[in-house]
Design a binder for this molecule. Structure first.
Ligand code: AMP
Length: 215
């Protein structure tokens, strides 16, 4: 299965993508995670992306297209993948289309996670994650057994630098200004499956499963 997940920050893209990727045994390719890792390690891509990511802006298209091109060409992506956080602009969507043509791969669906801003702001405010394994938590809705500590590996949970209210508002604006334009692009190809993402992670997983049945 080759799938794109589109949605505003905090709509639950990562949580859903991880589950579908595990079910289908395909890689979860999250460009935000890849950038955070590159920034932490200090690679040339990381150095170029750092200021954009931390301020809640978008990293330039040429950088992003290069990252995804390199990632999709790896062997583990030949049988399928889930893209989470890419494409985020129309030029990225067009570049991906050309790339998939060159690779001889067909995109099966684009899941659009729909969620009101009020729910997004509340979710992002409480969002925490494990810096070691990436497991997602929430201070109200998905609490670890011990406050502030990852259930999987005991690492101290962290809040993303770009999850402050001011930066989330900026990221929401970017979503409306740029990313929303990819929806009509894929709608024109009959690929979009809309999923109500305002409920619990379990509800969203179930709704996405129904939307993707037969794929
Ligand atoms: P995410 O984890 O998907 O919310 O991404 C975190 C941040 O990484 C975004 O706010 C952007 O700064 C950057 N980013 C991730 N994916 C892309 C992309 N496809 N295009 C531009 N910037 C991106």
């Amino acid at each position: 299965m080759r799938l794109i997940i589109v949605g505003a920050p905090g709509s639950g893209k990562g949580t859903l993508a991880k589950r579908i990727a595990a079910d289908r045994n395909i890689p979860h390719i999250a460009t935000g995670d890849m950038l955070r890792e590159a920034i932490m390690v200090g690679t040339p891509v990381g150095l170029r992306a750092k200021a954009f990511v931390e301020s809640g802006g978008l990293v330039p298209d040429d950088v992003m297209i290069g990252i995804v091109e390199e990632r999709l060409a790896r062997g583990d992506a030949s049988a399928g993948w889930i893209l989470d956080g890419f494409p985020r602009t129309l030029p990225q969507a067009r570049a991906l289309e050309g790339l998939l043509e060159r690779l001889g791969q067909r995109l099966h669906a684009v899941v659009l996670l729909e969620c009101p801003d009020s729910v997004i702001l509340e979710r992002v405010a409480g969002r925490r994650s494990c810096p070691a394994c990436g497991a997602p938590y929430h201070v109200l809705h998905r609490r670890p057994a011990r406050d502030g500590v990852c259930d999987v590996d005991g690492a101290a949970l962290v809040r993303r630098e770009d999850d402050s209210e001011e930066r989330v508002l900026r990221r929401l604006l970017k979503y409306r200004e740029e990313t929303a334009a990819v929806v009509p692009f894929y709608e024109g190809k009959g690929l979009v499956r809309r999923v109500d993402a305002s409920g619990s992670a379990e509800d969203v997983y179930r709704a996405a499963g129904a939307a993707l049945s037969g794929i």
